[in-house]
Design a protein around this ligand. Structure first.
Ligand SMILES: *[C@@H]1O[C@H](CO)[C@@H](O)[C@H](O)[C@H]1NC(C)=O
Ligand SMILES: *[C@@H]1O[C@H](CO)[C@@H](O)[C@H](O)[C@H]1NC(C)=O
Length: 283
């Protein structure tokens, strides 16, 4: 089942974790799934948004941890090191100087932290008498795009709502990223409507791989996630996906497909920055 990674291809694994209210159980379960993915040949493994905590502003203060030397950070570091994979550690609520962030940490196969992404676009909605959900009541936003280097090229990271803002993926692609990866948790309305569409849109616009990793659906939780972790190729084709249950989704990421897409449909080299600005300039 595992194809050996070459310099032009690698195996990506999306761990669609069933997140419970027990942080310890979530960390244990994440660890066993990351090790399983590595055993099946994964080189880069992704966990979902809020993998250590139920999703919801009411939970963030209780589950939040500092970045350095905290139980979730240490668990992620050990998972990456023991599995010998690049690990995009979903996100967990981070506490820093009395502020909270929705934070993704990225680890290399030696357990060194390669990067930190704090969710830039906070999800605030207020439909009177229907739904009010304001991350900004509790969270502070990050303020810089994030990418990290692997032996196969640079990978950009965003979190959930960040995918609705095309600029982040454009900046990543123009800085040479081969993929943009989003831990995320869409709900039962926005999931069927936009989850796949947004990934395909970011992929086809930028001719890179795009992937989003969701928690599994728990019908008893206060926020019901859509699931359907997905990988889209540089032509906008869904190359791997799943249903709502706990699972690991694998995809071979073939960098030749980026070159092929860009040769066949040369938007990447035919942009007119004399007519409109380049959002990646200055980033
Ligand atoms: C999901 O979120 C959207 C806003 O992003 C909201 O309009 C909708 O009511 C929510 N759906 C459910 C089932 O909670
Ligand atoms: C949801 O709750 C029901 C009833 O308590 C239980 O049987 C079921 O296992 C729960 N589902 C999950 C995914 O925890």
């Amino acid at each position: 089942m595992s194809t050996a990674a070459s310099s032009r291809s690698f195996k990506l694994a999306l761990v669609q974790l069933l997140v419970t209210s027990s942080k310890e159980a979530n960390l244990r379960n994440a660890r066993s799934k990351v090790l399983e993915a590595a055993k099946n040949g994964a080189n880069v493994v992704v966990l979902p948004e809020c993998f250590n905590s139920p999703y919801g502003t009411q939970y963030f203060p209780q589950y939040a941890e500092p970045l350095e030397n905290s139980p979730s950070s240490r668990a992620l570091q050990e998972m990456a090191r023991d599995a010998k994979v690049y690990l995009i550690g979903g996100s967990f609520p981070e506490e820093k100087e009395k502020k909270y962030y929705n934070t993704c940490t990225i680890w290399d196969p030696k357990g060194e932290r390669l990067g930190v992404h704090r969710k830039i676009h906070l999800f605030d909605i207020d439909v009177p008498n229907k739904i009010t959900f304001k991350e900004s009541e509790i969270l502070s936003p990050g303020s810089s795009p994030t990418s990290f280097l692997t032996p196969w090229g640079r990978i950009g990271v965003g979190i959930c709502y960040d995918i609705r803002f095309p600029e982040l993926a454009m900046i990543a692609a123009r800085k040479g990223c081969v993929a943009m990866i989003y831990p995320g948790a869409f709900n039962m309305t926005t999931g069927p409507l936009h989850w796949e569409l947004l990934q395909r849109a970011r992929a086809v616009d930028n001719q890179i791989y795009v992937s989003a990793c969701s928690p599994a659906r728990d019908p008893n939780s206060s926020y019901i996630a859509w699931g359907h972790s997905t990988v889209v190729d540089p032509l906008g084709v869904v190359v791997a996906t799943t249903d709502e249950k706990e699972s690991i989704t694998y995809a071979d990421i073939d960098l030749e497909k980026i070159d092929e897409a860009r040769q066949n449909i040369p938007v990447t080299s035919q942009r007119r920055f004399d007519v409109y600005p380049d959002v990646s300039a200055g980033n």
